[in-house]
Design a protein around this ligand. Structure first.
Ligand code: FAD
Ligand code: SF4
Length: 456
C-alpha cells in the first residue's frame, strides 16, 4: 500500500496510507492459497476467518468480505489501521516463509472502507433479539474502548441487554483520545461505535464508575459486569525537572491534541503549546505518535530519545519508518537524567547520558547500561514523556474485593473472571498498556464466559 509523500503529509493531519484500489485489492487477495489449516487465523486474537474473507475479496464481493470479518470483529476499519499484523496474522501467513505474506491488514482496511463509503452498515435482525432468551438479562460494561465495545457487541449479538458506562463524554477510549487523526480518523472510530450500537448496545457517557456507581451497586441491577477501563495513568521516570513547565506526559499531550482539537487550531480555540525543539522520551507507538504530531504542529526539530536501539523499540516497524521519513531524529542509546529550567521555570535543556547494551533482562531484551561520564546537553523547549501507562486505579480502589497485581493490573482467571464472582475484566486494565486486538480478544473471551455462566 502506498503512502502520501512525507513532505506533503507532515504538514497536515490527513491519513498517511492511500489504501488499495479495487483492482489492487483483488490482485492481492488472489495471492492467498486458501490453506486448509490456515496459520494466519491462529495469529489473530479474535479469530477472523481470514481465508474466508480473502476469498470474497478475490471474487470482488467486498460486502460479503466485510460481513465475514464482522462475524468475529466489530471494528475492522480500526484493526485494519492500527493492529500490528506484522506480529500476528501476517507473521504466520505461509506465504511469508519464502516471500511476502498476504497484506491481510491492508485488505481488512480496504473492505471496511468500501462498506463505509458504498453500503449501509449491517444491522442485526431485531427479530433475533426479540426471540432471545436473554433479552431481559442486563449486563454492564465499563469503558467504551476496544475491550468494552467488543464484549458489549458480542453479548448484544447473543440477545443480552447491554449497557456501556463510559466516563468521558465521548466513546472509543484510546482510539478516540490517544491515537492521532492521521493514523486513525475519528469519523471512522465513531462509525464503528455506531455499528456496535446498531447491535442493540446502549452507551451512557459521563458515567465515571467508582464514583457515580460502585461495582457492588451495579451488581444489584446487572447479572454480570465487564471492566474494560484501560490504562491511562502515565508513568514518569522520576528524574529531576520532570515537573517543569513544558514537560508533558504523552497522554496529556495527545489528549489535548485529539479531544480539544488542538490539531485544528485556529479553527478550534485550544492550541497546545510546543517549542521549536521537542524531545519525546520512549520508543513505543505512543512515542511515535507524539513525535509525528509535534512535527505537524510546527516543531522544527523533533527527537525520539530511547535508551535501547531501533531493534528493541516496541513501536510498529511501519510507524518507526514513517517517523524517520517525516524527519523525526532518533537519539538511540540515550537516556535523559535531568531537565534544566530557564529563569521562568520552563524547561530549556535535557541532560542526557549515552547507553550501551549489556546482558538480556527479564523481558529478554538486552539491558541498557549507562556509559559513565558520557553526559551531554540537548537544548529544547518541550519534553513529552512516553514511557508507558499503568492501569486506571479508580475502580480497583473503590472495589474492595477486586484483586490486583502489585503494578495495578486486575487479576483474572483463564476465562476472564476477576476475584469477584460475576465480574469480568480485560484489555489494558488487566494487561497494562498493550494492543487494540489483545483488548478485543479479552472482550470476546469475557463475553463467551459471561454467556456460559448465565446459560448454565
Ligand atoms: P481503552 O482504550 O483505554 O478504553 C478504556 C475506556 O474506559 C476509556 O474510554 C476510558 O475513558 C473508560 N474508563 C476508564 N475508567 C473508567 C471508569 N471508572 N468508568 C467508566 N469508564 C472508564 N495499540 C495497537 O494495537 N496499535 C497501535 O498502533 C496503538 N497505538 C497507540 C497509540 C497511543 C497514543 C496509545 C495511548 C495507545 C496505542 N495502542 C495501540 C494501545 C491501544 O490503544 C490500547 O491497548 C487499547 O485501546 C486498550 O483498549 P481498552 O479497551 O482496554 O482500553
Ligand atoms: Fe491465505 Fe496466508 Fe492465511 Fe494461508 S496463511 S490462508 S496464504 S492468508
Amino acid at each position: 500500500m502506498q503512502n502520501r509523500p512525507a513532505n506533503e503529509r507532515v504538514r497536515d493531519f490527513n491519513e498517511v496510507p492511500l489504501g488499495f484500489t479495487d483492482e489492487q485489492a483483488i490482485q492481492e487477495a488472489k495471492r492467498c492459497i486458501q490453506c486448509k489449516n490456515p496459520q494466519c487465523v491462529k495469529g489473530c486474537p479474535v479469530e477472523v476467518n481470514i481465508p474466508g474473507f480473502l476469498k470474497q475479496v478475490a471474487l470482488g464481493d467486498f460486502s460479503a468480505a466485510v460481513k465475514e470479518i464482522k462475524n468475529t470483529n466489530a471494528l475492522p476499519a480500526v484493526c485494519g489501521r492500527v493492529c500490528p499484523q506484522e506480529e500476528q496474522c501476517e507473521k504466520k501467513c505461509i506465504l511469508g516463509v519464502k516471500g511476502e505474506p498476504v497484506a491481510i491488514g491492508g485488505l481488512e482496511r480496504f473492505v471496511a472502507d468500501h462498506e463505509r463509503v458504498n453500503t449501509k452498515y449491517e444491522t442485526l435482525n431485531t427479530k433475533q433479539i426479540q426471540n432471545s432468551n436473554y433479552q431481559n438479562t442486563k449486563i454492564a460494561v465499563i469503558g467504551s474502548g476496544p475491550a468494552g465495545l467488543t464484549c458489549a457487541g458480542d453479548l448484544a449479538r447473543l440477545g443480552y441487554q447491554v449497557t456501556i458506562f463510559e466516563s468521558l463524554h465521548v466513546t472509543g477510549g484510546v482510539l478516540t483520545y490517544g491515537i492521532p487523526q492521521f493514523r486513525l480518523p475519528k469519523e471512522i472510530v465513531n462509525l464503528e461505535v455506531e455499528y456496535v450500537k446498531t447491535l442493540g448496545v446502549e452507551i451512557k457517557t459521563d458515567m465515571l464508575i467508582g464514583n457515580v456507581f460502585t461495582i457492588e451497586e451495579l451488581l444489584k441491577d446487572f447479572k454480570a459486569v465487564f471492566v474494560g477501563s484501560g490504562a491511562g495513568l502515565p508513568k514518569f521516570m522520576g528524574i529531576p525537572g520532570e515537573n517543569l513547565d513544558g514537560v508533558y506526559s504523552a497522554n496529556e499531550y495527545l489528549f489535548r491534541v485529539n479531544m480539544m482539537k488542538a490539531w485544528k487550531f485556529p479553527e478550534s480555540l485550544t492550541p497546545v503549546k510546543i517549542g521549536k525543539n521537542v524531545a519525546v522520551v520512549g520508543g513505543g507507538n505512543v512515542a511515535m505518535d507524539a513525535a509525528r504530531v509535534s512535527l505537524r504542529l510546527g516543531a522544527e526539530k523533533v527527537y525520539i530519545i530511547y535508551r535501547r536501539t531501533h531493534d528493541e523499540m516496541p513501536a510498529r516497524i511501519e510507524e518507526i519508518e514513517r517517523a524517520i521519513e517525516e524527519g523525526v531524529i532518533f537519539k538511540i542509546l540515550t537516556l535523559p537524567v535531568k531537565y534544566i529550567a530557564d529563569e521562568k521555570g520552563w524547561v530549556k535543556e535535557a541532560e542526557c547520558i549515552e547507553m550501551e547494551l549489556g546482558e538480556p533482562d527479564s523481558s529478554g531484551r538486552r539491558r541498557p547500561v549507562e556509559k559513565v561520564g558520557s553526559n551531554f546537553i540537548v537544548p529544547l523547549e518541550t519534553v513529552i514523556v512516553a514511557i508507558g501507562n499503568s492501569p486506571n486505579p479508580l475502580i480497583p480502589l473503590r472495589t474492595p474485593n477486586l484483586k490486583t497485581e502489585r503494578w495495578g493490573g486486575v487479576i483474572i482467571t483463564s476465562d476472564g473472571q476477576t476475584s469477584i464472582p460475576g465480574v469480568f475484566a480485560g484489555g489494558d486494565i488487566v494487561r497494562g498498556a498493550a494492543t487494540v486486538i489483545s483488548a478485543m480478544g479479552d472482550g470476546k473471551l469475557a463475553a463467551k464466559s459471561i454467556h456460559n455462566m448465565l446459560s448454565a
